[in-house]
Design a protein around this ligand. Sequence first.
Ligand code: PEP
Ligand code: MN
Length: 662
Amino acid sequence: MTLASAQGYDNLIMIIVLSRDASSHNKEIVKSYLKDNGFSVREQIFGDDLLLCASGKTTADVRELTLLPGVERVASTSKPYQLASRETQAADTIASVGGVQIGGARISVIAGPCAVESKTQIMESAACVRESGAVILRGGAYKPRTSPYAFQGLGMEGLEYMKAAGEAYGMPIVTEVVSPEFVEAMKDLVDAYQIGARNMQNFELLKKVGATGKPVLLKRGPSATIEEWLLAAEYLLAAGTKDVILCERGIRTFETYTRNTLDISAIPVMKGLSHLPIIVDPSHAVGIRNLVPKTALAAIAAGCDGLTVEVHPNPEKAFSDGPQSLYPEQFERLMRDIEVLAPVVCKELLRTPKKPAAAQNNKGLDGKWAQAFSLVMEKVVFCGENGAYSEQALNRAFGENCSRLPVKSFPAIFDAILGGEATFGVIPVENSLTGSIHENYDLFIRYPDVVIVGEIKMRIVHCLITTEDATFETIKTVRSHPQGFAQCKEFLDEHPGWRPETWNNTAAAVHSIAETARSGKPDVTLAAIASETAAKVHGLKALKTGIETNPLNYTRFVIAARNEGGKALVPDGLAGQKPTKASLVFSVKDKPGILYTCLQILNNHGLNLAKLESRPIVGQPWNYMFYVDITMPDEKQNMDAALSDLSKQAESLHFLGAYRAA
Ligand code: PEP
Ligand code: MN
């Protein structure tokens, strides 16, 4: 453990997280231990946790501290921003703003006008940004303007309009608070406070806002260093809020062409230094409308968790920041581009299901389908364990808070859905490098009462994961799921001496290696192929990342549910949205031209083929079954008629489900 005197901070900070059932007696013992070791101790409430923050120019035995009764976890840092530091909390914070989450594997977009100008204007703005997929509404009711003669905002009246717009369109609202005196009055109207760039170091404001415990969007000051910005976040965290979202909005440099200079590298820097989510405001960063979309995409590529973008229904008439406000159609285009770019950086654009506000979920879930399914959702089953790719897909679809059931095999997923232990299942069916996962197609046929109700596509980046001291030279055995081996074939071919060992799933392979480290005898001859998340979960090292044969490596997962009397649990797709895709499996008799006849039936009914794949039927040499995905027609009757005609020609026909394409 080193002291960070090089940075001018001699103090070592130990953060001791007490377990929820720790007694006050336990707490006093820990405090005395720390004091006896030369630390000064402060109690800190942090969300639902009670922490002891010990500070001193000394060290303590972490193992001994961890063993004291009532201690859940011990972390240490030499950074002055102790609560914000990645060293004291390795896992990303996922902030929740009125039930919408920011952080993790999602990209959350906040949008709206610079200022609330009238009830009509904020209603129109809310309607259009939501239509394009924004999940939180922004707008200033109190405006900190450079000139005292410029529009200062509508104040509380504006805030009332904004709340009404947020409620009408099912979006939480975020708005700037400019003075400590307004904090209390705004509290019940806003879902998140925004601390503006000019106020980043208004410490009295930070303390007052932080003490409300409400989420805060903290803009970076125009001339603030990263460390000053993190210390401002620390004020909020120390005062009692856990949901702090950092916002890079450009800093002042010698360049004056753009309004500010977007510090794009602040994004990866912050990701390393802190667990807090970071979003980007491209509008105030560049100040010129046509530069906003490209800059926004660069920020997404750099790894930010979301954006806050100024959009105005009529930018020429805007009371403030019109020149940088996007036209609604520009915003729509930007959102479509983000949707395409997000999976490349292993994220997914969070979209609000288009549903009336009254039907919002009440379980704090925010995944792509969580709101749509919340009325029936209880548990989601996946194959694997903590850190598995399937679990990451589950998080994308249903949010990190969703309750989950890990099982050891694919058939167990189907059993859990049928048996009612889980309401939904997440099942991989196809990989862009290795093709369809036949076992799961077969299971859909074996379990006709389990149907597909949704899909999700996820980029798969594989890593070679080892214990700390392992090197390429020490490795003898590589463990993974057969899909992991298949997708990394070229890399493995370069190491012919390594022996592949098949495991049930990639995360289990990592787990088995972590066990050797935990037992005190880390085995440097072992490596696993799995995700970086799995490595983090088990505290192992990613010796090499990106070892898949081709970086365009995507896996398609489907969301399955039980068919209730001919209808799936969510028969109309997501949140009342019409299904856009359907999947079928059929087999044909060995008869000349029969496949042509079957495909012609689909064509005759105007159905577009999105996928056609054949595979031999096990036990019936030279007989084939076909996997077909079709684009759903506008008229459902066409689909029904096609299925009816097809069933007359095909030997067998299985309808796997109709759902909204990812
Ligand atoms: C705003 O977001 O409306 C705003 C005033 O931004 P900043 O504080 O970054 O200038
Ligand atoms: Mn503005």
